[in-house]
Design a protein around this ligand. Structure first.
Ligand SMILES: NC(=O)c1ccc[n+]([C@@H]2O[C@H](COP(=O)([O-])OP(=O)(O)OC[C@H]3O[C@@H](n4cnc5c(N)ncnc54)[C@H](OP(=O)(O)O)[C@@H]3O)[C@@H](O)[C@H]2O)c1
Length: 276
């Protein structure tokens, strides 16, 4: 294994935006470390990228909701001498539905992936970047970072955390040569909505971004050392509108965008998904 080169580590690289980001970085000749649970999907992507770009790609399966597996991932990196100069904290999901009708275990796993693993990886890998004076972190936030989200309350709160944390980190890192950048897509055509049970909600019935659009905008913002980017003109207008709207009204609008018939009945989302 080459110990001299620095890798771009992408979490949630088994599909959707993470796989699109992997393709964008690969087209710029970045050696990659792909992290997610679905190993077969990552091996297929790795083979495609090795062949089309001649780069080194390492696949490291990991369930980021399990702190011990995150520790093992970090131990594996140092055991194999793999230095990371760009970290993309992309893995994330939504356990959508009314707060009290969403299974506690999903909520905890979501916070573990969207927040705890993101922080653990950032805290562990950032010092190397700062010592080298280059590289940085891209964190997947959302247009949901800008507004409270009834029917998606914890998810939007988790993405508000990601945006706030990343903007603050970007500020702290000024002058170090290292960047932190928050990538904020709106509704995007990936497996996300179906996994969350959001596919029939107004927000996902409207025009959707493609993973490639999101990945390209994210990479451009990161290379341009921007603290954040909202992807798509419509989404930038939406965020502007939400900022100008009184907060309670913005919350109500946001709730309408993710309203699902199923969410409005008692125990709805859990029955919908065969939960308890
Ligand atoms: N799609 C949208 O509309 C949208 C909008 C705004 C923000 N985002 C954000 O964009 C990011 C990527 O989402 P996406 O749209 O590409 O969704 P996706 O197609 O569902 O992909 C999610 C990725 O996260 C990984 N992941 C989920 N749980 C994991 C776990 N416990 N351990 C390791 N990896 C895990 C999945 O891999 P495995 O299943 O193989 O583990 C998958 O690769 C997320 O942070 C999401 O919140 C998405």
């Amino acid at each position: 294994m080459n110990t001299k080169m620095d890798f771009t580590l992408i979490t949630g690289a088994s599909g959707g935006i993470g796989a699109a980001l992997a393709r964008e970085f690969a087209s710029r000749q970045h050696p990659l470390i792909l992290v997610a649970r679905r190993q077969a999907e990552m091996e297929d992507l790795a083979a495609e990228l090795r062949q089309s770009h001649g780069i080194e790609v390492v696949v490291m399966p990991c369930d980021l909701s399990q702190p011990r597996q995150v520790d093992n991932l970090l131990a594996g990196l140092s055991r194999q001498g793999l230095a990371v100069d760009i970290l993309v904290n992309n893995a994330g999901f939504s356990a959508a539905g009314e707060y009290l009708h969403t299974k506690a275990q999903w909520q905890e796993e979501m916070l573990a992936v969207n927040l705890a693993a993101l922080n653990r990886l950032t805290r562990a890998l950032l010092p190397h970047m700062v010592r080298r004076g280059r590289g940085g972190v891209i964190n997947l936030a959302s247009t949901g970072s800008f507004v409270a989200g009834p029917n998606n309350a914890l998810y939007c709160a988790s993405k508000a955390f990601v945006l706030s944390f990343t903007e603050a980190l970007h500020h702290e890192l000024k002058g170090s040569g290292v960047t932190a950048s928050a990538l904020c897509p709106g509704a995007t055509d990936t497996g996300f909505a179906a996994r969350a049970g959001l596919q029939d909600t107004p927000i996902f019935r409207g025009p959707l971004l493609t993973s490639q659009q999101v990945a390209r905008a994210g990479l451009r913002a990161f290379l341009g050392k921007k603290s954040k980017v909202v992807v798509g003109l419509g989404n930038r207008l939406l965020v502007l509108l939400l900022r100008l709207t009184p907060r309670q009204m913005a919350t109500a609008i946001s709730g309408r965008l993710t309203r699902h018939e199923v969410f409005r009945n008692q125990g709805s989302i859990m029955r919908h998904r065969g939960g308890v």
